[in-house]
Ligand binder design. Structure first.
Ligand SMILES: Nc1ncnc2c1ncn2[C@@H]1O[C@H](COP(=O)(O)OP(=O)(O)OP(=O)(O)O)[C@@H](O)[C@H]1O
Ligand SMILES: [Mg+2]
Length: 278
């Protein structure tokens, strides 16, 4: 049964931006995301996905348009003002980590926000427990694997208690076990109410974990619909240079209509089997 509709958390209205005056990187982007959603942002290299997240987090300022969080216009807010509510996890954890010890890394944002040492310790320890990193709290970051480092960067962002996190390629370079570990962890956070936006090139990830996808091409938002719907639309797949799912091919060859309903049922069933092992 579909979940009851939550209120809109993030709204992007008619956003345009160019790194230089003569070239538009994003053009008239509008969409909104409800509380508790998990949404993929997809599209070929250079489509403008990372640029969009930089605008939402305040690393770049839009040429025109606005960004609203909980109905309030945050377009003029600084990165720091937004950071408590919008977390951004970059693709490469090594570009985000600046401290030697795991505890200090996760504490950094809290210390900077002016919290006292006891409060910082309590919040960091709670977050490390949620992220499965508590046993490592006194370890140096350098002793961790790439996937564990990724989790440290997610923990640093989560410690600030954001309403929404944006992840750029959360599973790039991970093997299947770590991919599943990171994604199940994000799904768990999402179930606890954290809204998740995820940039990805992985169509299976999109299909398996995010019911909805925003498709970008050449700086425009060309589709906003169900992940299964996106992957069953050959014209859209070609325009956005995505990869068709083999489930779509299978549905067509077997004459199962509509194909997106089959794809969705397959994904749901596959998940059920993996979760309950039956
Ligand atoms: N700092 C910058 N200065 C100038 N142009 C930039 C800058 N960053 C990105 N661009 C350009 O803006 C466009 C969109 O880039 P962006 O990084 O947002 O794409 P993307 O969709 O995230 O691609 P990818 O999938 O490769 O990460 C590209 O043409 C890129 O070359
Ligand atoms: Mg990018």
């Amino acid at each position: 049964a579909p979940a009851p509709q939550q209120p809109v958390l993030l709204e992007v209205k008619d956003l345009s931006f160019g790194y230089t005056k003569d070239r538009t990187t994003l053009q008239n982007i509008s969409f909104s995301v409800r509380k508790g959603e998990m949404v993929s942002i997809v599209g070929r290299n250079g489509a403008g996905k990372s640029t969009l997240s930089k605008l939402i987090c305040g690393f770049e300022a839009p040429g025109s348009g606005s960004i609203l969080l909980d109905g309030r216009d945050i377009t003029g807010d600084t990165i720091r003002q937004r950071a408590g509510r919008i977390g951004y996890v970059m693709q490469n954890p090594n570009q985000m980590i600046s401290k030697t010890m795991i505890f200090d890394e996760v504490a950094l944002g809290l210390v900077q926000s002016g919290l006292g040492p006891d409060e910082v310790r309590a919040k960091v320890e709670d977050t490390l427990k949620i992220c499965g990193l508590y046993p490592f709290r006194n370890w140096p970051v350098s002793a961790l694997s790439f996937g564990q480092k990724k989790r440290v960067t997610i923990a640093s962002v989560l410690a600030l208690g954001p309403d929404v996190i944006i992840l750029d390629e959360p599973t790039a370079g991970q093997d299947f076990r770590h991919y599943t570990e990171i994604m199940e962890f994000l799904r768990g956070l999402n179930r606890q109410g954290v809204t998740v936006l995820m940039i990805t090139h992985d169509m299976h990830l999109m299909l398996e974990y995010t019911p909805r996808a925003l498709v970008f091409s050449d700086g425009r938002l060309i589709a906003d619909r169900s992940a299964a719907g996106v992957l069953c639309d050959p014209a859209l797949i070609e325009r956005a240079a995505l990869k068709e799912t083999s489930l779509f091919t299978l549905a067509n060859r077997c004459g199962i209509a509509p194909p997106e309903a089959f794809v969705q049922r397959f994904i749901d069933f596959d998940r059920e089997v993996r979760e309950h092992g039956c």
